[in-house]
Design a protein around this ligand. Structure first.
Ligand code: HEM
Length: 413
């Protein structure tokens, strides 16, 4: 299918399948001006370079030159992320530039090393097997509610040693918060996110206060200790860190498992190849991340004017303070890097070069964790059942920034 070279997240057909639009943009207008304040990049090399360039800020609200009163959504975004000094203290690591970013990231890196994650593997396997036992008895399962959500949620709750009794609330709150990341977010979405925050924060404060007197070897205890020892982490910083770990720690992984399973169902030969070849366990999930990643785009703001190469030797200038949308999904399907990009090829030799975890200093902290969870989950489903069939068409959550299947019913035999 060919599509017009348009950046059109407000169109349902764009959100349903953005890849033909990305391909058209990349070919005709790879540095595409969206409006006076933003451009979108669809070439792998441009995306990669921008994400690794220290001349760009991730502190979008503070670095943006877009006038606050330009439109009500911009005003709300700024208000939420905070531009005053008090709110600054509560910005999450994702929205900070060095040196604050470096300081916060150092505090948790240890907990997310591949070695630390490997220690969670056995517990994850047991969790998945228990769920599959129940599904086997029934002969069917709805993947998202029964497996793709509970597994990452329980794993991150274990890492943070958080109570699991508010799982449904956490899921709703997290959905409300991530809705504001969408390019199509409305004022109602911001109201819903504010309402979620109002409930979420007291819940977390309660947990953190309790933990202060009951320190363990979990990530929250480590952050509290860092806070108390060197006054390096304020309570608002601690809270926003925990919120980010919680939200980033399951929402995206749910989509990796959901989108990944759907890709396998739609490519039964590849599913069969993985089932019978355990050497693919190390690489298959990288290709699934490339093929249909859970995060389609992120943003950077250049701190000085920058220039990109357009088509036919043209130069495209972007002023300091404008938004540069780096389209990760488009980079992942750039034929200049990934041959025949629309084809799922689980042993693709360079699949690990995908941009689904971004690149540079904000490279996803949870990458090893997410890959371990998805590898364990998907490999165990396909090896447990000889026959796995979709019982009905999958339904997608109508979102672009964090994009994923929200219902996938399978018959298992
Ligand atoms: C498949 C699952 C996941 C995907 C696709 C994903 C994707 C991403 C991306 C694209 C970024 C960078 C955003 C940017 O540069 O603007 C990011 C950052 C981050 N992710 Fe993930 N993520 C996933 C799972 C996780 C998990 C499981 C955790 C933690 C438990 C996590 C924690 C974080 C954190 C803390 C950051 C901010 C890092 C920083 O700013 O230095 N993510 N993730």
């Amino acid at each position: 299918m060919s599509a017009p070279a348009r950046w059109a997240p407000h169109l349902a057909e764009f959100r349903a399948d953005p890849y033909p639009f990305y391909a058209a943009l990349r070919a005709a207008d790879p540095v595409h001006r969206v409006d006076d304040w933003s451009v979108v990049l669809t070439r792998y090399d441009d995306v990669h370079r921008v994400l690794r360039d220290p001349g760009y800020s991730r502190d979008i609200e503070s670095s943006s030159a877009r006038p606050v009163d330009d439109d009500p959504i911009t005003a709300r975004r700024r208000q939420r992320r905070g531009t005053d000094e008090e709110a600054n203290a509560a910005k999450s690591i994702l929205n900070l530039d060095p040196p604050d970013h470096t300081r916060l990231r150092r505090l948790v890196t240890q907990a997310f090393t591949p070695r630390a994650i490997d220690q969670l593997r056995a517990a994850t396997e047991t969790m998945v097997d228990d769920i599959l036992d129940t599904a086997a008895e029934r002969g069917s399962m709805e993947l998202i509610d029964e497996l793709a959500f509970p597994v990452p949620f329980r794993v991150i709750s274990t890492m943070l040693d958080m109570p699991m009794d508010r799982a449904d609330d956490m899921r709703d709150w997290s959905q409300a918060l991530t809705a504001t990341l969408e390019p199509t977010a409305t004022l109602d979405d911001f109201d819903a996110a504010d309402a979620a925050i109002e409930q979420l924060i007291p819940h977390l404060v309660e947990v953190i206060e309790h933990r202060r007197h009951n320190l363990g070897d979990d990530v929250v205890s480590a952050l509290i200790t860092a806070e108390e020892e060197g006054d390096r982490l304020s309570l608002p910083e601690l809270i926003s860190f925990v919120v980010l770990l919680y939200v980033a720690g399951h929402e995206t992984t749910v989509n990796l498992i959901g989108n990944g399973m759907l890709a396998l169902l739609e490519n039964p030969d590849e599913m069969q190849r993985w089932r019978s070849d355990p050497t693919l366990d190390k690489v298959a999930v990288d290709e699934l991340l490339r093929f249909n990643g859970p995060v389609q785009q992120t943003v950077r703001v250049p701190m000085t004017p920058v220039t990109f190469a357009g088509t036919d030797g043209t130069e495209i200038h972007v002023d300091a303070g404008q938004a540069v949308i780096t389209c990760l999904g488009a980079a992942n399907h750039d034929p200049a890097v990934f041959a025949d990009p629309a084809r799922l090829q689980l042993d693709r030799p360079n699949a690990h070069r995908h941009m689904s975890f971004a690149s540079g200093i904000h490279y996803c902290l949870g990458a090893s964790l997410a890959k371990m969870e998805a590898t364990v989950t998907l490999s165990r489903i396909i090896r447990r059942f000889d026959t796995i069939e979709q019982a009905e068409p999958a339904s997608w959550r109508d979102r672009l920034t964090i994009r994923g299947v929200d219902r996938l019913v399978m018959n298992l035999g």
